[in-house]
Design a protein around this ligand. Sequence first.
Ligand SMILES: [Zn+2]
Length: 134
Amino acid sequence: MLDQAERPVVALTLRYDRTDSFWFTLLHECAHVRLHYDRLKTDVAAFIDDIDINSDELHEREADDLARVSLIPDNILKDVTWSQYSTAADIYAVASRARVNVAVAAGRWQRDYRNYRKFSRLIERGNIREMLEV
Ligand SMILES: [Zn+2]
């Protein structure tokens, strides 16, 4: 949303309090500011997102795509096995090359392959709230 001076305001819940969800959601909301600022000034009061719901709306897909490649550019995935057969070593390699927390790479893999069990031990939980001291 925008404040009265048309400055972007981003608010996040810590419902999941997971490293991967925090960074993806923050980048998704920043992507809305980057891509859809004009819509916020005109026809959309605010983007209210629920990451549990896959939206088919174009502006949501655009924000998801920009968030995804901002965290881990697709070219980084070319040098590893990025498939259902990925190993923990692949996840660590991607995280290192993208310079993101390993949880971000594991979360990306889980979303790409819709498998939320594999690599779940690599995803930190309960640390964002503590980091932000809220
Ligand atoms: Zn959104």
